[in-house]
Design a protein around this ligand. Structure first.
Ligand code: UD1
Ligand code: UDP
Length: 399
């Protein structure tokens, strides 16, 4: 006799979604009672493929919607029709979407219109400002409105949900990015040959210098914000005890500004987007991480790396609160000062390297699967107390 299986359709389309959904897809695939279908929208092309290859995910559907320098409305319009066809074909019991992208919003809306229940992974993040990050703050809010299950990473995100009149149920799971990160660091740390081959990608890195690892691609920073960030990097790069590595996002607006501002700067290495393992290796080797990315704000603290966030507000305030991240905005002077302080003061760097990890413990995917299948589990509730010594270091660094 064959038992009936629950069809769960996971829909994602960008690099960060693929990295963060990969552990969950793997966990669903291992469940005999689940028929797991993956639909990638292809909102990103090569950056998505890098992540699919690394985690060995072979999607049943690839909607290949990306176009060069795509507009948000053009993208959204292509997505809804294409996702609707997949829902019609597969008739899933539920769909899973992730985070705050146009793919997530279109996927949730297409499912909602077809009365298919939506579960939102990485729900409840808020800055409270619809313009920052733009359009992501709107995306994550409307996906939560349409979801009957909201997998929130932290207690803070659950509190955000509790303040709104939403009909779904929220469950604190931790962030699946930590599941992905821990699986990759385990592979790197246990294999010297792999480490050597990853390091061989960056033969120019000099261990006697401090590595500043940069990512920057937010739409609300296009124009002056990104130019100011580049001016700050150019100034920092004048020091000869520093190397700056910046994997440049493939968005043409980012490429044009960054390459024209920094292409000729000594000590600045503009490189192609790395696959996740290559990027995690760079994170491990970095002294300081400078970013406006969401995922990197979660990963750097988990690796004990100081992270300066080039935004004025963040939907991930937990690390700022814990003292492992600081907001520096996009002002040139503020970035140069904050980076210089950390470069020049080892105790200031050490103060960021707390052992607490507010975002996850590596078991988020297993909690999500248990919740989907109605099995008992314990929510993620980390102990965020920091030791006396860590408090002392933090106070000294801020003074
Ligand atoms: C999107 C998400 C953002 C997320 C980011 C992660 C939205 C509205 N924004 O922004 O939340 O932080 O992804 O990176 O969903 N491109 C390529 N190849 C790729 C990927 C992108 O060429 O593999 C170029 C294309 O010209 C594309 C452009 O980048 O049109 C923009 O991609 P898009 O997904 O629309 O915006 P992102 O800025 O990447
Ligand atoms: N990342 C990567 N290669 C890179 C730069 C970043 O794999 O060259 C990873 C990073 O570790 C994180 C994710 O991509 O997990 C973040 O993606 P992105 O910054 O594009 O999006 P965001 O997190 O801001 O939505």
């Amino acid at each position: 006799m064959t038992t009936k299986r629950t069809t769960i359709l996971s829909i994602f389309g960008t690099r960060p979604e693929a990295i963060k959904m990969a552990p969950l897809v793997k966990a669903l695939e291992a469940e005999p009672g689940v028929r797991s279908i993956v639909c990638v929208t292809g909102q990103h092309r090569s950056m998505l493929q890098q992540a699919l290859d690394l985690f060995d995910i072979a999607p049943q559907y690839d909607l290949a919607v990306m176009s060069e320098n795509q507009s948000l409305n053009g993208l959204a319009a292509r997505l809804i029709g294409a996702i609707d066809n997949v829902i019609e074909e597969e008739k899933p019991c539920r769909i899973l979407v992730h985070g705050d992208t146009t793919t997530a919003t279109a996927g949730a809306l297409a499912a909602f219109h077809r009365r298919v229940p939506v579960a939102h992974v990485e729900a409840g993040l808020r800055t409270g400002d619809m313009t920052r990050p733009w359009p992501e703050e709107m995306n994550r809010r409307v996906v939560d409105v349409m979801s009957d299950l909201m997998f929130v990473p932290t207690q803070r995100s659950e509190q955000n949900i509790a303040r709104e009149t939403l009909q779904g149920r929220s469950i604190i799971t931790g962030n699946t990015v930590i599941d992905a990160l821990l699986s990759v660091t385990k592979r790197i740390d246990s294999n010297a040959t792999l480490r050597a081959s990853l390091d061989a990608r960056f033969p120019y890195l000099d261990d006697s210098k401090q590595l500043v690892l940069v990512t920057g691609h937010r739409r609300e920073s296009f124009g002056q914000g990104l130019r100011d960030i580049c001016a700050a990097l150019g100034e920092i790069a004048r020091r000869d005890d520093v190397q700056i590595v910046y994997p440049v996002h493939l968005n043409p607006n980012v490429q044009a500004t960054v390459i024209s501002a920094l292409g000729a700067s000594p000590n600045v290495f503009l490189i192609q987007p790395q696959n996740y393992m290559g990027f995690v290796r760079l994170l491990q080797r970095a002294s300081i991480v400078l970013t406006d990315s969401g995922g990197v704000q979660e990963e750097a603290p988990a690796l004990g790396k100081p992270v300066l966030v080039m935004r004025d507000v963040t939907e991930r305030p937990e690390a700022v609160q814990a003292g492992t991240a600081r907001l520096v905005g996009t002002d040139r002077h503020a970035i140069v000062c904050a980076v210089s302080l950390l470069l020049d003061d080892e105790s200031a760097r050490a103060a960021f390297a707390l052992s607490v990890n507010p975002y996850g413990d590596g078991h988020a995917s297993s909690r999500i699967v248990s919740a989907l299948l109605d099995r008992p589990f314990e929510e993620f509730r980390p102990d965020l107390r920091v030791s006396e010594e860590q408090h002392r270091l933090m106070r000294a660094a801020v003074a």
